[in-house]
Design a protein around this ligand. Structure first.
Ligand code: ATP
Length: 216
């Protein structure tokens, strides 16, 4: 269990804060909008109404011992930059920040922010990926064009032999097969796939594209 601070409790910041609490962490949430603070106050450890562009206020809040600070202010770029500057001056070791534009991103990079998040773009990419590859319910990009992908077997694949399906995915490694609550790591090539089965596979984009064609 760790302590995190989320500054800016709009829909993005509030989601980050409550999800961290769901993961058993303590969260200090800060926003200068009373309504946003009140609506989350019973869901996180401390919810504070404060102006995050005021260095004295930030120091008084005693957030120095946090594992990380997420600056989730997007629209008011000046406020976001000032807040990050103060956090840097305070010696915060891990700062993540939301960026609204390319210019905002560039400034945050120069300020030494550890991770810059573009929630709308990231979500847009995910929606486009799901529309383009409907069988992919989750994916994670790794280095060097590699992806880990969660595939859900739909009605048109049911009855197919696992090995037959994977013959179309040369270079792809299957990490696990899940049916109901049962997870199998070494999969019988003769396994007959059922609707609702989950396969988690790993591979490069091109072979994954070829495999995905089987699901169209
Ligand atoms: P989201 O896209 O997450 O819904 P939003 O579009 O509502 O966010 P943003 O401008 O990104 O609005 O701001 C997120 C939050 O940051 C808002 O709740 C806003 O009140 C808060 N905020 C803005 N400026 C400050 C500040 N100086 N100090 C503290 N909180 C601030």
């Amino acid at each position: 269990m760790a302590l995190f601070t989320v500054i800016g409790l709009g829909s993005f910041g509030a989601t980050v804060a409550t999800q961290l609490v769901n993961l058993n962490h303590d969260v200090i949430g800060i926003d200068n909008n009373k309504r946003n603070v009140e609506s989350i106050s019973d869901q996180i450890t401390h919810a504070v109404i404060a102006d995050a562009t005021d260095e004295h206020v930030l120091k008084e809040l005693n957030i120095q011992n946090c594992e990380a600070v997420v600056v989730a202010i997007g629209e008011d770029i000046e406020a976001s930059i000032l807040c990050v500057l103060h956090l840097k001056n305070m010696g915060m070791n891990k700062i993540w920040a939301k960026a609204k534009s390319k210019a905002h991103h560039m400034i945050l990079t120069h300020l030494g922010v550890d991770k810059i998040i573009h929630p709308e773009e990231d979500m847009g990419t995910r929606v486009a990926q799901s529309l383009s590859y409907p069988m992919v319910s989750r994916y994670m990009g790794l280095e060097d064009n590699h992806f880990i992908v969660k595939i859900e077997i739909k009605a048109n694949q049911k009855g197919e032999r696992f090995q037959h399906l994977m013959d179309h995915g040369s270079g792809i490694k299957t990490i696990l097969h899940k049916r109901g609550k049962e997870i199998i790591y070494s999969i019988d090539p003769n396994l007959i796939l059922q609707e609702g089965d989950i396969l988690v596979v790993e591979g490069e984009l091109e072979p994954l594209r070829k495999l995905s064609a089987r699901f169209k």
